[in-house]
Ligand binder design. Structure first.
Ligand code: B1H
Length: 749
């Protein structure tokens, strides 16, 4: 049936109207139903062996347009709507973005779901349905405030399955309720994302703040995505949520496998489970326990589970590798303790690899590595660091378990959807094959004639114009589309060094006031949420917002620079920012960013990277060559040595110029508009601690960025760099990543 015909049918049945009589809300509802009806006709993959990808986060973004694109009816819908004087983009705005993740880790899981479905692989996701998700970020008095994000609205993509399980805790028992979401592959089949919720969850418990009352677990467990791990209550909530997730996962997997008639003694033949970071690690003891309920003996259950589970590590930051006090686990999930004890005793006795350490802490990653059959890092450098330093002791025990899977992104969302003009430009030159085979993008390098580059520049300019209109509309801020758009968008963290970017801007302010005139106007755009309890991260946001204001109010400065901090940065905002970027800021302290995936999205959209040799930047640099990327800063080896010798002191890097920059943070000008306590705290930290070494690289960062701004003046040569970046981005398709996971780890046929 034609799209228009089907839509007319739906609105006639639902609202007794014709399409042109419908409101935007009604059209949204109708499109949702149309999509669901079409998905019904897609086939599920048939292979016997199945992957379950368990993750605490699935940052899926809005689904309407993505589903329309993957079903191949996006253009038809657009045309149909425009025939009645409507725009699809206005309808899209009515959809709430699911708030089910923080950043890269959750977005990666979403990209993987897209690629699994596109490649026709039998793999479902399992996670949680957080009603208010991560918080909604508001700026007030130049500070971040967190409010609840009620994204779950009707009509919704979620289907109530009616499936529920019982989950036991030490002091209570709760019942779950499963909601399913279809994941449509690009011109192919459909997989499922299973989101477990609490039966009887009570949204009315949430008033102003975001907190967790343990006596109400049977009503509040799935209200928030782990908002606060700085308090005991917050940390305990995490344990509750994590166990709730994996107990449901284990019950679901066994239920489904039994239904398929599979012999649970051979579960490892039929099932593999990917543990996304340590949040789902308790799946190991829980699955062992549940196999024993099914009559499998302990030793055999351990063996089966060891051949079923694989673990992905996403960070080397010690504070993010979860450990739980034994007593906390014994209190919340006592039933797991006998099994965790056995797992601990059966693991080879090697210092630094204990599951339960001398201080009675349980190390989740240790359990994953001893009892998982594959351990992977998420970029080449990251995996090397795991092997040679962070997880060295484990690598010596299990060299064959370690492997690298460099992250990737789905080009359907991050190119076809976000940048339709660029997609058309590409298709006109190399045909449509790149949509399913991203390697074909390399053919583009040949298209570097003046006419090609002029068109490419016009596409970038139009994207910048669109971003300007959007920022004007949403934040009432006027930006100059002719300025360079220098963009840093990612979670706020000291290791990502948004503060170093800010110090550059302050340096520039001081130069301009001394009479220096930059080659080109630059708009510095930030998008970042700080974890609610991460004080210094919030101080950095405050300082950025103060500097934004100072520039805005200064007639000299605002001729040359502007700072814009985008409020409530999320997937939807990323989709608007990325196509408009000229410079991609990837400036983490070398060794700290496991991979990064924003770097890939920005490269694919023609931005040129300014970055350190960290994470996947290293692979980007190798692919595009040194003329098409701007690398600065100390190497990961140097940084790792500084930590090892504890010999980094910020004072060693403070000369008169740097001192002036730091002093600006607590200048009268800043303190008059800002909060002196916050600014002082940041100032003191940078002067005396600077744990993530912003000052170590500040000078080379300033020099490299200045060079970049200068080079931007030569439009043709800049656009050639941009073209090389687009052409070489094919490697970063998540289709490639998923093929590698499948080939090396999952082996789904
Ligand atoms: C990544 C996290 C993360 N690694 C715990 N680890 C969190 C861990 O709220 N928490 O408890 C939140 C986030 N996120 C990211 O994963 C890495 O920093 C990126 O470099 C990487 O690209 C991404 C996907 O692998």
């Amino acid at each position: 049936m034609q799209v228009s015909e089907q839509l007319e049918h739906i609105v006639a049945a639902q609202f007794e109207k014709t399409l042109d009589q419908c409101s935007n809300e009604e059209i949204y509802g109708a499109l949702l139903q149309l999509t669901k009806e079409r998905i019904c006709h897609c086939s599920h993959p048939q292979s016997q062996r199945k992957l379950y990808y368990i993750s605490a986060e699935f940052l899926i973004g809005k689904l309407l347009s993505n589903n329309l694109i993957n079903l191949g009816i996006y253009e038809d819908v657009k045309t149909c709507l425009s025939s009645i004087g409507k725009q699809l983009s206005d309808i899209e705005e009515l959809e709430y973005e699911p708030s089910l993740g923080n950043g890269g880790l959750g977005r990666l899981a979403a990209c993987f779901m897209d690629s699994l479905a596109t490649l026709g692989l039998n793999g479902d996701g399992i996670g949680l349905n957080y009603h208010f998700g991560l918080f909604h970020q508001l700026f007030k008095n130049l500070k971040q405030y967190e409010t609840k994000d009620p994204w779950l609205k009707k009509p919704s993509w979620l289907e109530d399955t009616g499936i529920s399980f019982s989950v036991e805790f030490g002091h209570s028992r709760v019942t779950s309720h499963l909601y399913d979401l279809d994941v449509v592959g690009y011109e192919s089949g459909v997989n499922t994302l299973h989101l477990f919720d609490l039966d009887g969850v009570d949204e009315s418990l949430v008033k102003e703040g975001i907190d967790f009352d343990e006596s109400l677990v049977d009503r509040n467990l799935t209200l928030f995505l782990y908002p606060d791990d700085s308090t005991e209550a917050g940390r305990r909530l995490r344990v509750y949520q994590e166990y709730f997730m994996v107990s449901n996962a284990a019950q679901y997997i066994l239920w489904e496998q039994k239904k398929l008639g599979h012999d649970l003694h051979h579960l490892d033949q039929y099932v593999c489970i990917q543990i996304n970071d340590t949040h789902p690690s308790m799946i190991i003891p829980e699955l062992i326990r549940r196999l024993m309920f099914e009559g499998v003996r302990l030793k055999e259950a351990i063996k089966i589970v060891s051949h079923t589970c694989a673990y992905t590590n996403h960070t080397i930051l010690a504070e993010a590798l979860e450990t739980w006090p034994y007593d906390t686990l014994a209190d919340i999930v006592p039933q797991l303790m006998p099994i965790i004890e056995v797992l601990h005793m059966l693991a080879p006795p090697k210092a630094g690899t204990e599951i339960i350490d001398d201080q009675q802490n349980v190390h989740m990653a240790s359990m994953d590595i001893h009892y998982g059959y594959s351990i992977n890092g998420v970029a080449a450098l990251h995996t090397e660091i795991l092997k040679t330093s962070e997880l060295k002791n484990f690598y010596e025990l299990y060299p064959d378990k370690f492997n690298n899977k460099t992250n990737g992104i789905t080009f359907r969302r991050w190119l076809l959807y976000t940048n339709p003009d660029l997609s058309a430009w590409i298709e006109k030159r190399i045909g449509p094959g790149f949509k399913k085979n991203a390697d074909e993008l390399t053919k583009l390098v040949a298209f570097d004639q003046t006419e090609d580059l002029t068109e490419l520049k016009a596409i970038k300019d139009a994207n910048k114009q669109r971003l300007c209109a959007y920022i004007e509309k949403t934040q009432d801020i006027h930006m100059d589309p002719n300025s360079i758009f220098d963009i840093q968008i990612k979670r706020l963290h000291e290791y990502k060094r948004q503060q170093m970017n800010l110090l550059y801007i302050i340096w520039l302010i001081e130069q301009i006031r001394k009479g220096y005139r930059p080659n080109h106007k630059v708009t510095f755009i930030f998008g970042a949420k700080a974890a609610p309890a991460y004080i210094l991260a919030k101080d950095i946001i405050h300082a950025i917002l103060c500097v934004e204001t100072i520039i805005e109010q200064d007639d000299l400065l605002k001729q040359y620079i502007q700072v814009v901090m985008v409020e409530n940065y999320n997937v939807t905002k990323a989709e608007k920012l990325i196509p408009a970027a000229d410079i991609s800021e990837q400036i983490s302290l070398a060794s700290k960013e496991a991979s990064g995936t924003g770097n890939m999205k920005l490269m694919l959209n023609g931005a040129v990277t300014l970055g350190t040799m960290d994470g996947a930047n290293v692979e980007i640099a190798n692919l595009v060559g040194k003329d098409n990327i701007y690398i600065f800063g100390q190497s990961s080896e140097t940084v790792i040595a500084h930590y090892a010798h504890a010999d980094y002191h910020p004072q060693d890097y403070i000369d008169a110029e740097v001192k002036a920059v730091l002093d600006f943070l607590i200048s009268d000008e800043m303190v008059t508009i800002g909060d002196a306590t916050c600014l002082q705290r940041l100032y003191q930290d940078l002067n005396h601690k600077d744990w993530f070494m912003a000052l170590l690289d500040l000078k080379s960062y300033i020099a490299t960025k200045n060079q970049m701004i200068k080079d931007y003046q030569d439009t043709e040569s800049w656009m050639k760099k941009s073209l090389v970046n687009i052409s070489m981005a094919g490697f970063f398709s998540s289709d490639r990543t998923i093929e590698q996971y499948n080939h090396d780890i999952w082996k789904l046929d």
